[in-house]
Design a protein around this ligand. Structure first.
Ligand SMILES: [Zn+2]
Length: 242
């Protein structure tokens, strides 16, 4: 597999269907119509980033035909598939031009405010990384080793075996959780580094929408009635009225 989610695969299929349709109408419609249809049907990578604040479902790209042009818009999937979902979600329709403008604004807010939030974030991150779980993991390893030895003795004696085995299991689970916590902290640090690198290389405001940038830095966009909430991968959040 090429790693496409069901949602992305569906969009790809819609796109291919739109291309086939465009070829079909090529002879009878003007080129502007065809171009707008193809442009509006283009699959977007950010397909699994945008969520509805009302019902929590994803937003999906679709298109409206307005004044002779196909206009890409984003709508809540529950609302789009009302019959299937059984949810009459009141969420709004978001024009893609507004979505892109809001993304650009969110990035520019980050760039403008970086001196305010970056030092604090670096400090917090440094503290979080210093509190890693290595000491407790070492304790667990030592205790597990002791228990394994005891277990061998008990196995021969056939008594108290289960209690020891349970404790070993519990320690193993605790260790896994602690290692995962450390791994998450390290991943968070990498994301913060990535955001910093992005902010450092950009002295000028962002002017164009860049899908790759969105994919790299944004974890989630939630659509509210009067604004969009952006959650960056590093944990930072910002809102844009749109
Ligand atoms: Zn919804």
């Amino acid at each position: 597999m090429n790693g496409l989610s069901d949602e992305q695969m569906q969009l790809l299929m819609e796109y291919l269907a739109a291309v086939a349709y465009c070829k079909f109408v090529m002879g009878r419609r003007n080129i502007k119509y065809i171009r707008s249809a193809m442009e509006a049907a283009k699959p977007m990578v950010a397909v699994d980033l945008i969520y509805c604040s009302d019902c929590g479902d994803l937003y999906r790209r679709t298109q409206w035909y307005l004044k002779g042009e196909h206009v890409p818009v984003w709508r809540c999937v529950s609302r789009l598939e009302k019959r299937k979902s059984g949810i009459d979600c009141p969420s709004r329709t978001l024009y893609e031009t507004d979505l892109h403008a809001a993304v650009i604004t969110a990035f520019n807010q980050m760039i403008e405010q970086k001196d305010e939030f970056l030092p604090g974030m670096r400090l917090a991150m440094g503290r979080a990384l210093a509190q890693n779980n290595s000491p407790r993991v070492a304790e667990i390893d030592a205790r597990s080793e002791e228990l394994q030895k005891e277990l061998l003795k008990k196995a021969n004696a056939k008594q108290g075996f289960e209690e020891l085995a349970d404790e070993i299991d519990a320690l193993r689970e605790e260790k896994q959780a602690l290692l995962l916590e450390d791994a998450n902290r390290t991943a968070m640090k990498q994301r913060l580094d990535e955001l910093e690198a992005f902010l450092d290389e950009r002295q000028e405001p962002v002017t164009d929408y860049d899908e790759g940038m969105v994919r790299r830095l944004i974890e989630r966009i939630t659509v509210y009635d009067d604004h969009l909430a952006f959650e960056f991968k590093c944990g930072l959040e910002t809102e844009v009225q749109k």
